[in-house]
Design a binder for this molecule. Sequence first.
Ligand SMILES: [Mn+2]
Length: 321
Amino acid sequence: MNSRLLKALKAHQTIGVFSHARPDGDALGSQVALSIWLKNMGKNIFAFNPDPFPDNLKWMEPFFPVQQPDANVVNQCEAYVFLDGNKLDRFGEVAAQLGSSGRPCYMIDHHPDPEMEFDDGISRPDIGSTAELVYDLICEHDSSAVTAEMAKALYAGIITDTGSLRFDSVRPQTHRIVADLLESGGFSPPEIHEAIYDNNEIRHLKLLGAALKKIELFNSNQLATMSVTQATLDEAGCTYADLEGFVAYPLSLKQTKAAFLLCEKDGRIKLSLRSKSSLDVNKLARNFEGGGHQKAAGGWHDGPIEQAVKDVVDQASKQLN
Ligand SMILES: [Mn+2]
């Protein structure tokens, strides 16, 4: 699989590399590392994302320029690689049109149920991060090709998608990859962890305080919800993006099998669903216009928020019974 994709990539001179909209550490880390690698092989590389780097990943921005997908620039590319998503429309409006461009579209991803609109690629839902897949692809070509910046970017991708190496998707091989990255990158774990996780403003902690008060428990504490209204965000001077990571708090409760963060956003309710049991939140999210992984998924509800809590808990209870 890897060698076929490698061969295909080597055959193109100008390649567009996309990461999914509203990018996270895995999307950007994979994109930055793959883009540097291809460029170092003498390719012309354009990296695209419709949205900006989140604040806690801005340290990665100087490693490789990522631009908004302007159709004129996108159309200069002979082929495209799509990272950390398995449906073209997850990469924004310009990307959504590329399936009919006649130019090859390759995917490297770890989400379940990929769309068949790609020409080739790597799809491994059993692997914890796209960054691990990118690392394997690069190493199949030449393991000495990993520069310090690529190592930091891939490390960020792995730790953000594996809960800092604690999810059940983490393999012994994940730790071996991380060991390699620490060696080739010449950095220490706190350097990246602090940049990603220890950059709160006081407003974030005020929002957390308000959100913790909104935790509710259901089904003998097996299900926990955290509801955040627009008014709560406004009072704390925060936006939806500031809720990143909050769902870990209800999920940390002793008896909780799954936790759901519900937040008012764009006139609807955005759902972040997490499990630490056999409860499959990917399946749950399919009832709410969403999807993701078995242990982490997202979706939408029309609201109001109280009704969303009720409907999500009802559907989750069915899985528990
Ligand atoms: Mn990912």
